[in-house]
Design a protein around this ligand. Structure first.
Ligand code: ADP
Ligand code: 2DT
Length: 212
């Protein structure tokens, strides 16, 4: 019998919601429970495409809005063979941002529909679980100032949040909303529970295709 695949678990949420903190903790908790797990993040700034994106985010370069959207998507597609291989090997992937950030951020710009923004990511490996770390702007502000990268302003983040709300209406995706205003351990407990709950189903169903 073929060995069981890993689960694809995504964390999404606004700036400073705790995504990176929680991805690391979840990977650690899964490994401690004997489940091989690795963290990934998008954008992956280490590739050639990722470096173009990174320069854009750091405002060292300007890119046309459609172009950068397609680069973010291409950055996911270029990692798909690696992702599939790891999942097939039974490794669970815990991913910090995915196509949902792609759609939420670009569609927060004027003139971009959700539909247009979703197209390039159609058919990506479908997450078994997407957790949205919900945090209001006042609480996020208590965790520090905005950085200096592109998109790090309260007006833009508010528009992004609204687009995430739209995306979460899509019942074809297994969304769970997490109260990210709890302390780090409290958030982790919720995230770990949801993650452990998806393992059975993930192991017994083939990897799906996103938005198809
Ligand atoms: P994100 O990846 O969503 O931007 P981070 O994990 O980098 O968020 O966390 C942003 C900041 O908030 C960090 O300084 C982190 O230590 C802090 N932080 C994360 N989770 C919590 C929490 N539940 N309560 C208070 N501070 C937190
Ligand atoms: P961090 O590296 O700090 O997460 O910031 N973004 C991300 C997009 O606009 N499109 C995407 O497809 C993805 C994955 C969100 C990365 C910034 O890039 C934005 C914040």
């Amino acid at each position: 019998m073929a060995s069981k695949r890993g689960a694809l678990i995504v964390l999404e949420g606004v700036d400073r919601a705790g995504k990176t903190t929680q991805c690391n903790k979840l990977v650690q908790a899964l490994i401690e429970r004997g489940r091989p797990a690795e963290m990934m993040r998008f954008p992956d700034r280490s590739t050639t495409i990722g470096q173009l994106i990174s320069a854009y985010l750091q405002k060292k370069s300007d890119l046309e809005d459609h172009t950068v959207h397609l680069l973010f998507s291409a950055n996911r597609w270029e990692l798909v063979p690696v992702m599939k291989k790891k999942l097939e090997q039974g490794i669970t992937l815990v991913v910090d941002r995915y196509a949902f950030s792609g759609v939420a951020f670009t569609s927060a710009k004027p003139g971009f529909s959700l539909d247009w923004c979703m197209k390039p990511d159609e058919g990506l490996p479908k997450p078994d679980l997407v957790m949205f770390l919900q945090l209001n702007p006042a609480e996020a502000a208590l965790r520090g100032q905005f950085g200096t990268e592109r998109y790090e302003t309260s007006a833009f983040q508010k528009a992004v949040h609204e687009r995430f709300e739209q995306l979460m209406k899509d019942s074809s995706v297994n969304w769970k909303v997490i109260d990210a205003s709890q302390n780090i351990e409290g958030v982790h407990n919720d995230i770990r529970t949801h993650s452990l709950n998806v393992f059975n189903e993930a192991q017994n169903t083939p990897l799906g295709e996103l938005w198809r």
